[in-house]
Design a protein around this ligand. Sequence first.
Ligand SMILES: Cc1cc2nc3c(=O)[nH]c(=O)nc-3n(C[C@H](O)[C@H](O)[C@H](O)COP(=O)(O)OP(=O)(O)OC[C@H]3O[C@@H](n4cnc5c(N)ncnc54)[C@H](O)[C@@H]3O)c2cc1C
Length: 450
Amino acid sequence: MVGSGTRVYGARAWRFMPQDFRMASSYGVPEGSSLADWPISYEDLEPWYERVEWEIGVSGDHRAMLHLPPYKRPYPMPPLPDNAQVRAGRVGLNKLGWNALPLPQFINSVPYLGRPACIRCQHCVGFACPVDAKNGTRNTLIERALRSGNCELKPGVMVERIDCDEGGRARGVRWFEADGTPGSAQAEVVIVSAGAVESARLLLNSATAQEPAGLGNRSDQVGRHLQGHSVASARGIFPQPVMDNLGPGGGIGTCDFNHGNPDVIGGGIIIDNLIVLPIIFWKRFTPPDLPRWGLAAKQFMRDSYRSVGEAKATIQEIPNPDARVRLDPNVRDRHGIPVARLSGAIHPETLRTADFMAERAEEWFMAAGAKKIWTSRPRPGLSGGQHQAGTCRMGDDPSTSVVDRWQRVHGHDNLFVLDGSVHVTNGGFNPVLTIMALAWRAADGILARW
Ligand SMILES: Cc1cc2nc3c(=O)[nH]c(=O)nc-3n(C[C@H](O)[C@H](O)[C@H](O)COP(=O)(O)OP(=O)(O)OC[C@H]3O[C@@H](n4cnc5c(N)ncnc54)[C@H](O)[C@@H]3O)c2cc1C
């Protein structure tokens, strides 16, 4: 297996909605886009969503998830407690009559699977959890795999290429250790889990005489349809402190605008954002009419750090084939492997949806009582970012996709891609739970055969 299996940088543990799996049927295919339906449905994935929620550990309230079909099993842990920002956010959502839901999070709200509850330190993103209450593959599945004695973890290894025989059967991989020493292994099954950019890069770097444009790339699909999430936000100054130093932060939101919006395609969640470090506050939360230096900026930091909140919309991007990952013809990494080159831009429909979502975020904070509100919207430009997806899309037709519905690379019996790159569309939700549920489903498929 190439890659660690999905990491969790933040903690949001969202299921996609049924409509997210059938975007083309629901909205048509906008010009210049490659909007498409998935070959599988929400119902196909539902048992694995549930399984990941219990095996990795998610806190939340299934009864509040009114945008989804009823859950068959609740979350294993109740929601995390409110902080001041969540309380302010709830006032606004209730006033507007929008469904207010506690965010489902990969964070222990009570002791779970032998690890303690969250101590509410507010530094979930970018830092290791001091008490190990944040859940990801590293402290659950990888740990269990290592304990089984059947798994060897090779940290710091950079896989250079996948070897295939003339019949297209993957034979193994070649890599470089952290110190540059080359290594290799033979394998019955090769699973690529390197993330949307790096999985595409690896397939492209593994060209053979039979597939000179890269493994699985006979139809020129590897690397295309690169997506992420566009973000629109409203930031507002509240008359009261909304930062009370209690983490994890980012605890409430609504899914009323993921679908069914007039005249836009899709939509996304709107949530209150995590508590930010002072330097990030200065970089991102300074109002546009305020200088970013000097006494006025310092005064704003002193007076407003605790009273500014952010309502953030994570917007479903409309994929297009020109947003893509290719190999750079000139630049190589320290091992001499060609690096990825990203190009293309987000589709104009995504920008239209972002305008709509920025207005909803602003509406929320006005209703919540913010006195001064300013918005930010995505600019046209490259996609990919922190929720990168889509470069090895799943489909039944090898001429328009890279992997089949069980995530096997078309034309390669024993080569699989298990990560965000297989997403046909990326939902209006943080993607990790979906990546993990898909990977679990595909792994069960692999186990049934080998
Ligand atoms: C700051 C931040 C916050 C986020 N918060 C959330 C959140 O709250 N909820 C959510 O759902 N998502 C969140 N995400 C997104 C989420 O982390 C990604 O969507 C997810 O990790 C992608 O999973 P993946 O398996 O596709 O790739 P990754 O998790 O990136 O795993 C790929 C692995 O492969 C390794 N690798 C790559 N190339 C090679 C190679 N050639 N050889 C060997 N190893 C290789 C990489 O080092 C990595 O370990 C966040 C992301 C960021 C950056």
